[in-house]
Write a protein that binds this ligand. Sequence first.
Ligand code: SF4
Length: 447
Amino acid sequence: MSKVSADMRESKFWANLQTGLYLGDVGQTYFQKGFGLKSEVGPVLARTYQSTTVERLKTFGYEASAGGIHFKLAREFGFCYGVDRAVDYAYQTRRQFPDRRVFLSGEIIHNPDVNQRLRDMGIQILSESKDPVERFEEVTAGDVVILPAFGVSVPELKHLSSKQCVMVDTTCGSVLNVWKKVHYYAKDGYTVIIHGKHYHEETRATASQALTHDGGHYLCVRDVAETELVCNFIRGNISGAELMTHFADAASPNFDPDLHLQKIGLANQTTMLMSETLKVQETLRKAMLDRHGADGLESRFRAFDTICSATQERQDAVLDMLKDGGLDVMIVIGGYNSSNTQALARMCAPRVTTYYIDSPGCVEGATIRHHIVGTAGEQTTDGWLADGPVRIGVTAGASTPDSVVGETIERILAMRGLTAAELTQPVQIAQGSSTVATALVDKTSYA
Ligand code: SF4
């Protein structure tokens, strides 16, 4: 290939990646559409991640009973389209490159079971580091690197490309859509305010997209409380220096609030709590209105809700369950570092006794290990399931396979000497576990 055409190819490659609009293969070392091995890996994925217990519950209309336990499954839960695709591509990649070293640039999704299975297939998960050189130190030319569903940052992509390794990019289309919005803002001179966790891989990748435009900047706000701080500055109640003592790690380099909070455009990590995202938007909109008046608002404030549809559907399904009421206990299943699972737990915990667990093994008979959002590690609760009739709601984050949900249900049934085969059409069981009445929630962490 001539130098000119090689240069053109590279420039097209980066232009496409940086706008998040890349649609086709640009070279034999970059893949984002799988390897045509779906029919080979499909049966393996089905055996590994599906569950006959979950299917049985669905057959009965997402509710079934056995031995005084009534299970109610959320109408939408578990693996989303983006995770399905990422896991599928990871399995295809292992088959396509049986003799090569295969790395994951980090956890492919935030689920311990899935990540362990990939490790068992010989896929090495690289450690976290903000420094691309350190993060990909082990990777050499010819190795294969799988990029996760939540994407990687622009500097990481560039660094990997320079290593001449094979990249299999599983970045979800919904994340690419957020990147488009970010480009739209940055190109027009708006600082991107991202409702998300500044240390989360997806937010880091999204934020990096803002910096691909001259003068592009970003600021990440985690919740409404942090948003209020930004609003305090916008209204002139605190100085830029005071603001930056809080946001030093959550803003672009050389962020100057006096310059960079004049025009703002809002986006969010795809997996945040929808109600909180709307509050963040409204809180900032009011502050900009107070500062610049109605005439100034239009040219200084833009907002799009970039919660992905899968996250939205899972949250809506939980809201429906909570509205229906009558649950004694809610089980939320997913990795403790899974943002969308945290959002589900945050919705449930103030309203019903909630146990957020990351694997079926957390159910150890009468004892349950679980996580409370906003605290570190796990708690242990004894006697978590009351004797007698009990109604249990079950949901799972977008990175939790049905197999994990099914096994959790089986372990709960086993506490009463039952199996999933004994689940039958639901019988009405009155809400009754008054012995387990404490909502397991650190309420201070909920806006
Ligand atoms: S949670 Fe949403 S953005 Fe993330 S992988 Fe799933 S569909 Fe894509």
